[in-house]
Design a protein around this ligand. Sequence first.
Ligand SMILES: [Zn+2]
Length: 235
Amino acid sequence: MYFGGYGLYILFSLPALLLGFWAQMKVKSAFNKYSKVRSITGMTGAEVARRMLDSNGLNNVRIEETGGTLTDHYDPSQKVLRLSPGVYRVNSIAAASVAAHESGHALQDAAEYGPLKIRSVLVPTVQIGSWLGPIIFMIGLFMSSTTGTTVAWVGLGLFAATAAFALVTLPVELDASARAKAWLSGSGIVYASEMEGVNKTLNAAAMTYVAAAVQSVSTILYYLFLLSGRSSRRS
Ligand SMILES: [Zn+2]
């Protein structure tokens, strides 16, 4: 194999991979820790979300319970907030944080927040590009002609949509957390003394999105490195 084998790939991807593992551990430990801390107001995640949505005029957004752990999400096409049992049924600082964060996505949707719209537009391309892009890229690398270079660039372009998605996810997630923090403290649902737990839970979650963005950008850099090696061999 003329493109340096797996050693080179590990060199490019290892820092991002380690960051990803570390972020996953941080988010799990923060969630576990603050799942055991009851909030003073005693509301469940579902109650917090309902209050936040209603106070922002989003009475039309439904709240449903969904299976799993940390599977909470907002579905803009159905206008439904789906909360996991550990959030939906539980009174805790972690549950309030996650419920308010997901409600933050519903607020973004209602406000037609730009990055959220861009992200939705990218979804179909990402679904195809994330797996087809690398395959097309590798096929291009194995082809010897200049056509191969073109094919590789097409694969890289397809995969680039995945990186763009990961990058535009950052402002979307940070903004949802900012809306959650502002509303939780402003509404009095969470007391000032409890905000540290909210911040730690939501900041840990944000790190997982940073890690995902670093991962896809480092893959793009690796591909660019392989392509530059190819053209320098030709000259
Ligand atoms: Zn989110």
